[in-house]
Design a protein around this ligand. Structure first.
Ligand SMILES: [Mg+2]
Length: 344
């Protein structure tokens, strides 16, 4: 997709003691930018939860009676989480909020409001910022989430976006990573590896993948409704953001258990024009799918489909600390090979 045409502006701004102006693509000055965001984000708050949003020193919110607050924060960093030459700004904004909403979903919660801190280099055009906000706010509206504040700053080189999402869950009902017990069955929603396959295709061909061929990469949808319905069913839950092998390892570590995964039963995403199944390795280790990985006691009735999303049983929690991958008549240890920062 063509990069937005930059708006040409001047920086530093004209001032008596400055003789040299450099012509650059320039986002709006901070005050204008915030006022624009405030205007864009004005919406009907859910249940009147956000009493005061953008414009004061703090947002003021109401948590529904008998509920607890859930708070999560996630970076979207240029060069680490996204590339401007790969994705349209709408997609980057959409994925930025998805990361936060998916964490709320993984606790069985309901998202209420979001805060966005955005650091922008002067090489970013206002058109890019508008696209980013369009993608983010469209998703926010879809999930009844209000943008209730944030911060903007000038970055030296790369874009950095940090999203904070506040949600709520009935008191004591949050589904934790630590609740899995030996004998529990392991399930995953949707299909895995679609986003990794898109990145592999982009790396391989250098060309832009067709968004329609890789919906999990370009328009991942956080499984908020499924997460809510899993309250009282799931014993433990996590969202698949770093890759199934890595996120399952997180869950097992918090629950102090091991797991056996049946390689054949892992649902693999279908991608490309031919809707081919992604490689097993992509489904095992690929990140950014934003599906839910959860456990439920043996004998607990888990629907095959929830809120229109397929749910697949992929294994069982064990007493031993290890995570084993069973398949082709073999049992081998499943190492967490998903995404981990500070390991390259
Ligand atoms: Mg998470």
């Amino acid at each position: 997709m063509a990069q937005a045409q930059p708006r040409v502006g001047r920086w530093p701004r004209p001032a008596a003691n400055r003789l040299l102006y450099i012509e650059v693509a320039l986002p709006l000055p901070e005050k204008e930018l915030i006022s624009k965001l405030r205007h864009q984000s004005a919406g009907k708050p859910r249940l009147g939860s956000v009493r005061i949003g953008i414009g004061d020193d703090c947002a003021v919110l109401r948590i529904p009676a008998g509920h607890e607050a859930l708070v999560t924060t996630d970076f979207s960093l240029e060069g680490i989480h996204f590339r401007r030459d790969w994705d349209a700004p709408e997609v980057i904004g959409h994925r930025c909020l998805t990361r936060g909403l998916s964490d709320i979903a993984a606790m069985g919660g309901e998202p209420i409001a979001a805060w966005l801190s955005l650091a922008l280099p002067l090489s970013v055009s206002q058109k890019w910022v508008d696209g980013f906000m369009r993608g983010l706010l469209r998703l926010a509206r879809r999930f009844g989430v209000q943008l209730a504040g944030g911060d903007t700053a000038e970055a030296l080189r790369d874009i950095a976006a940090d999203i904070v999402v506040l949600g709520s869950v009935p008191q004591g009902k949050a589904v934790l990573r630590s609740g899995a017990r030996p004998g529990d069955r392991i399930y995953v929603t949707g299909a895995l590896g679609g986003s990794a396959a898109a990145i592999a295709s982009l790396l391989h061909s250098g060309a832009l993948a067709r968004p329609a061929d890789y919906p999990q990469h370009f328009r991942p949808l956080p499984r908020v409704e499924v997460g809510k319905r899993l309250r009282g069913i799931a014993s433990a839950m996590i969202d698949v953001s770093d890759g199934m092998s890595t996120d399952l390892a997180h869950l097992c570590e918090e629950s102090r258990v091991g797991a056996e995964i049946n390689a054949e039963s892992i649902p693999r995403a279908r991608v490309g024009r031919t809707r081919r199944e992604v490689l097993r390795e992509a489904a095992l280790h690929g990140g950014d799918d934003y599906e839910l990985l959860f456990t439920a006691a043996k004998g607990k009735r888990v629907p095959f489909q929830m809120a229109g999303i397929p749910v697949t049983e992929i294994g069982e929690i064990t007493r031993k600390g290890k995570i084993m991958l069973m398949g082709d008549g073999l049992a081998r240890e499943l190492k967490p090979l998903g995404w981990e920062h500070f390991t390259r």
